[in-house]
Design a binder for this molecule. Sequence first.
Ligand SMILES: NC(=O)c1ccc[n+]([C@@H]2O[C@H](COP(=O)([O-])OP(=O)(O)OC[C@H]3O[C@@H](n4cnc5c(N)ncnc54)[C@H](O)[C@@H]3O)[C@@H](O)[C@H]2O)c1
Length: 352
Amino acid sequence: MEKERDSPPVGRSISIFFSQAKVRNSCDMLKNKKIFITGGAGFIANALIKRIIEENHIIVYDNFHRDTLSASGYADDPHLRIVKGDVLDFDLLVNSMHGSDILVHAAAIAGIDTVIKDPVRTMRVNMIGTANALEAARINKVQDRIIDFSTSEVFGPMAFKSSESDNTVAGSAGEARWGYAVSKLAGEHLAKAYCSRYNLPVVTIRPFNVYGPGQTGEGAIQVFIKRALKNEDIHIDGDGNQIRAWCYVDDFVDCLLKCMEDEEAIGESFNIGNARAVITILGLAEAVCRVLNSKSKIVFDPPLSADVELRIPSVEKAKKILGFRAKTDLEEGIRKTAAWFEQNRPTVDCEK
Ligand SMILES: NC(=O)c1ccc[n+]([C@@H]2O[C@H](COP(=O)([O-])OP(=O)(O)OC[C@H]3O[C@@H](n4cnc5c(N)ncnc54)[C@H](O)[C@@H]3O)[C@@H](O)[C@H]2O)c1
């Protein structure tokens, strides 16, 4: 049986507990670490890997439901090992995580089309997969950090300047979109429970519409960009009045790294986004066409599911505790993303 440490109370006092227990220079923290990344073949994980691979050992654990890794140029790096595995395979997950200092649990079924196609897999992977990842971390005594990926969807259909302490919204049962949100929220509650019960150094992050080079799946910006580059019709679900705040992936990873390094982050949840890059979906499609000088037409399709009308985060907590502020404005982000897709067009799956 695992030896349990004394349980500190939840929340900020956990941060103080860990600050006292493990005083170390945060700049030295992400060096020579064994960093285990579930969902390591995915979009955000690869933007993270790019930043940490030189000085650490990375284990990518992924079933390759999606694959940004193969086109990244890091797949054959000697600092990276790939385990093709499913987070639902508990024994393989536990064995593969052995000796890891940090767990980044990014594996999930995400993206509205995929979620609607298979709501059972969505909920199983996101809930049971997260339970497996946390239990595997406990068994393997992952000491330095556990990053749990939640989602901004937990704030429901109307989220204006949502802060971390705001109530989450469950939505109506049976609606696939809210099934995804609830599955991530269940993971978040479980992560907090592991933090308070077993003193695991957990940080939960809630990404708000992250985009950038290498993204696959349904994220609107990359789909719009890929179509705009080919002058193909850009499809919008619904009337296009939905409002989102868009965060460029390198900004997101700046904050993710702080969550992996800063002792103050332990026991906390953070909204990570760019509250200044706000636009409607129609405005976004028009901006992509304008910035890329595209001749694409914009067409409107019936909505796929329940939608989020408005979603803008408050990122004050990340600013106050971690000193985070997103730097990339929307036009610059669109240009950088488009440049990457233009360069990598032959190797990238465009409409997965
Ligand atoms: N990108 C965003 O804007 C955004 C917003 C909110 C939440 N998130 C969360 O951030 C995390 C990373 O998102 P992303 O955008 O990089 O998505 P992604 O789909 O590119 O990455 C997820 C990875 O998980 C892997 N995966 C899926 N099921 C698996 C399973 N059963 N076993 C092992 N691996 C599995 C996929 O193959 C993929 O590589 C996810 O947890 C997602 O829910 C992302």
